[in-house]
Design a protein around this ligand. Structure first.
Ligand SMILES: Cc1cc2nc3c(=O)[nH]c(=O)nc-3n(C[C@H](O)[C@H](O)[C@H](O)COP(=O)(O)OP(=O)(O)OC[C@H]3O[C@@H](n4cnc5c(N)ncnc54)[C@H](O)[C@@H]3O)c2cc1C
Length: 698
């Protein structure tokens, strides 16, 4: 049987769990499911099991905005992050909405039905779902295998008893104690693994980090003293919020400093590295990259652990290229030989966009390179679809939370206005740019797999949390680039939307929320109202408009006008007025998630339901209001307004990109010219996380 939900989330990792929590909090009553291909939640933090696995950005920004990170360490170990994700899911009642072992394969959108049909597979058996809104939280890399470039002679090495492992598939029982280990790579995984393998109970005899080229490595305190002090003085939530903002500002400042004054930043980093390594160490050979800081990600190491094991002689760094594996280890291009019992290929991840799901819109397969990313969370021409992909220069969750907030606002907005379909429409005046700002040859060759970004807002991916926190969190929904419509009209009057009463059936996204006891609805409304008071608002109030662009301010004015029209219309219906205001403030309407064919009727339905139920108890006489007719394609006149705005202002917000930004990846071509490997994505933007499309640098 095909199951229908309002929202179908793909992936139960950090992003999918966060998305579900936002739905629970902001749009209670929304029906949703989370499809998870694996048998466990947690995504990355459940998959990776290599020694020392930890975050490489701070947990105060990698943690959810809505749930404080209370752990000791600023850069936490993998199991602690996994527990945090699981506890969050449990606390928010999300865990029983996850369907495990189901891999989404194909998603087909029908505009007539305003519905996605998602084909998944469990143990080879097809399973189908339908939904009104599809939300991809499937990460950015393939879970099947990491990137494994070809090396000559591997068979000679393994047949002589050597072991080769990839960090993504770390063998549970690998005993590395007393072994000679080579870690190929210089990325976040390599700099995490080297000290973890070289120290502690099962320490290796020696660890060599073999890299083709150096990476910037910075030491950060493992424990954030400011966070500790704040926790002693403030309630947990307040301490978390302050620490989070502190880290956002520090990270942003360090990024901006790097982009604007790369020479100064290089100098500062070098000085810090020299101070941590033994006298006479060849810092420039092993720790001075050919590129500027943030051309590629920086690697963060807590309390300088990597430098410490080098200092202690437990580990060393070799900067050279692999010629071939031999029966005893690896021969380098320079002729040197490294002996090893175990070789770890920390050579990166394989990119997989949107969980590898093929998307089809009204019979036509979506070619991702033909699409343009809207606000870094939707795709042009792909209706009722959102996705989470984190920042390249800050913690993933900062963006994931913003996307979740936006999607909830968008869905609420649609329901309030009777829209069932939303699609970002490309503007022919906006020029295409690569999805990622990397100019190297290998990236250029691989970008055919990805959507485009545009040369101006809202199509340009800014990777700037501070800016997004204003424009995504507070900006108007109808910015002229999103086309809304009411979808197909259904003849006749919709059946009662009252919870517990006859519900419409079918696969429309306007399907009503499941029956709930009246008391529960009231509790939810109170909860929503409280959430509103805490600043979870659907609309910015006048004072907030000051920091918004002209388009957003106009949108807010229109929103206010729309609300006052609604309120005026309700004056002859006091109960409806009261309920409508409550629902509007809480960002929820009646019936289903997205408005059904009855359009505006959804807005008043809860008031009617309360009246109907109260009438049954003898309190109130029911006066059912007929829904206002909604003309297809022009609900509430908003479509027309959107189209008018479509030709309005285009804010070219490239102005703060320094000229050096376009030049900075050139030097990477040198590193990569030997590299014919397929696209891989290297994770890890230390301290500030980077989604990095690259080749085998790790
Ligand atoms: C080792 C490592 C360390 C990292 N450290 C940091 C860090 O410190 N800071 C940071 O900001 N980022 C870090 N990242 C990036 C990290 O991936 C993100 O921070 C975050 O965990 C991503 O969460 P996600 O839920 O979006 O994706 P994932 O964690 O990848 O989860 C995606 C989930 O979707 C499921 N899925 C995928 N496709 C389908 C499908 N077709 N059908 C059903 N289910 C599907 C997967 O099984 C998985 O459970 C790291 C990445 C790695 C690999």
């Amino acid at each position: 049987m095909t199951e229908h939900v309002d929202v179908l989330i793909i992936g139960a990792g950090l992003s999918g769990i966060g998305a579900a929590c936002h739905l629970e909090e902001r749009l209670p009553g929304t029906s949703y499911l989370v499809l998870e291909a694996r048998r466990a939640m947690g995504g990355t933090w459940d998959l990776f099991r290599y020694p020392g696995i930890r975050s490489d950005s701070d947990m105060f920004t990698l943690g959810y905005r809505f749930r404080p990170w209370t752990g000791e360490k600023a850069m936490a170990d993998g199991p602690s992050i996994l527990s945090y994700v699981r506890e969050t899911a449990r606390e928010h009642g999300v865990d029983d909405k996850i369907r495990y072992g189901l891999r989404g394969e194909r998603a087909e959108w029908s505009t007539d039905e305003a519905t996605w049909t998602v084909h998944a597979r469990r143990d080879g058996e097809p399973v189908t779902f339908t939904c009104g809104f599809l939300w991809s939280c499937s990460g950015y890399y393939s879970y099947d295998a990491g990137h494994a470039p070809h090396f000559d002679g591997v068979a000679d090495f393994t047949s002589a008893g050597g072991t080769v492992v990839h960090p993504q598939q770390w063998p549970e029982h690998l005993d590395h104690a007393g072994k000679r280990i080579i870690v190929i790579g210089s990325g976040a995984t390599a700099v995490t693994l080297v000290p973890a393998l070289a120290r502690g109970d099962g320490a290796a005899a020696h660890v060599t980090m073999l890299q083709r080229s150096p990476t910037y490595v910075l030491s950060l305190p493992g424990i954030d003293r400011v966070a500790v002090a704040l926790r002693e003085r403030l309630p947990a939530k307040a301490a978390y919020a302050v620490t989070r903002w502190k880290n956002v500002l520090v990270t942003t400042a360090s990024y901006q400093l790097s982009r604007r004054h790369p020479k100064l930043m290089k100098k500062l980093i070098r000085k810090a590295v020299v101070a941590r390594l033994p006298e006479g160490y060849d810092v420039d050979r092993h720790f001075r990259p050919a590129y500027d800081p943030w051309d590629q990600r920086l690697c963060l190491v807590p309390d300088g652990d990597l430098f410490q094991v080098i200092r202690e002689g437990r580990a060393d760094v070799v900067t050279d290229h692999v010629d071939t594996f031999t029966s005893t280890g690896i021969r380098l291009v320079t002729g040197a030989e490294l002996e090893a019992d175990v070789v770890v290929t920390a050579t990166g991840l394989s990119l997989l966009a949107f969980g590898g799901i093929t998307m089809v819109v009204d019979g036509a397969e979506v070619r991702l390179p033909d699409t343009m990313a809207y606000k870094g969370m939707m795709l042009s021409g792909v209706p009722n679809f959102g996705y989470v992909i984190g920042y390249t220069n800050a913690s993933w969750t900062l963006k994931a939370d913003l996307v979740s907030e936006y999607v909830c606002r968008l869905l609420s907005h649609m329901r309030d206005r009777g829209y069932r379909v939303v699609v970002p429409e490309r503007d022919p005046e906006v020029s295409e740019e690569p999805f990622m700002d990397f100019a190297s040859g290998y990236v250029q060759r691989s970008l055919h797999l990805l959507p485009k970004q545009g040369d101006r807002a809202p199509w340009r991916l800014r990777h700037n949390y501070l800016r997004d926190a204003v424009t995504i969190r507070r900006g108007g929904i109808e910015d002229g680039r999103l086309r809304f419509s009411a979808g197909r009209q259904t003849a006749g009057r919709p059946p009662s939307r009252c919870p517990g009463r006859t519900a419409p059936t079918g696969s429309s996204p306007g399907v009503p929320r499941p029956p709930e006891p009246l008391a529960e609805q009231r509790h939810q409304r109170r909860h929503q109202h409280a959430a509103h008071q805490q600043g979870v608002e659907q609309h910015a109030e006048p004072d907030d408009d000051a920091d918004l662009g002209e388009g957003d301010q106009r949108q807010h004015a229109e929103d206010r006008e729309h609300r006052s029209q609604q309120d005026a219309g309700a004056r002859d219906h006091p109960a409806g007025h009261r309920e409508r205001r409550r629902d509007r403030r809480a960002g929820v309407g009646g019936g289903g998630l997205l408005a059904g064919p009855g359009g505006q009727e959804d807005v008043v339905v809860d008031a009617e339901c309360d009246q109907e139920q109260e009438a049954e108890q003898g309190d109130v006489q029911v006066q059912r209001r007929e829904p206002e007719p909604v003309r297809e394609g022009e609900p509430a006149g908003a479509q027309a307004r959107a189209e008018r705005r479509h030709h309005g202002e285009h804010q070219d917000d490239r102005s703060d990109d320094g000229p050096e930004q376009q030049e900075q990846h050139q030097e990477h071509d040198d590193q990569d010219q030997r590299d014919d490997h397929p696209l891989v994505v290297e994770r890890g933007v230390p301290g500030v996380q980077a989604l990095r499309v690259g080749t085998a640098h790790e």
